[in-house]
Write a new protein. Structure first.
Length: 54
């Protein structure tokens, strides 16, 4: 039986700290480098890392 390559990957970021966001971004970048479609979903807690502090 022939192996099928993975074509898409979805990554969920659920922590708003730097340690919680970096792994998702690194894995997403690695997936793109391998030719996969990568989706990164930020939960409400994960969005805290992207929002600008006042």
């Amino acid at each position: 039986m022939a192996e099928e390559k993975i074509k898409k990957v979805s990554i969920i970021v659920a922590q708003g700290s730097l340690e919680g966001v970096y792994p998702g971004l690194i894995m997403g970048n690695g997936a793109r480098m391998e030719g996969m479609e990568a989706n990164i979903f930020f939960t409400f807690f994960g969005l805290n890392a992207l929002l600008k502090k006042w």
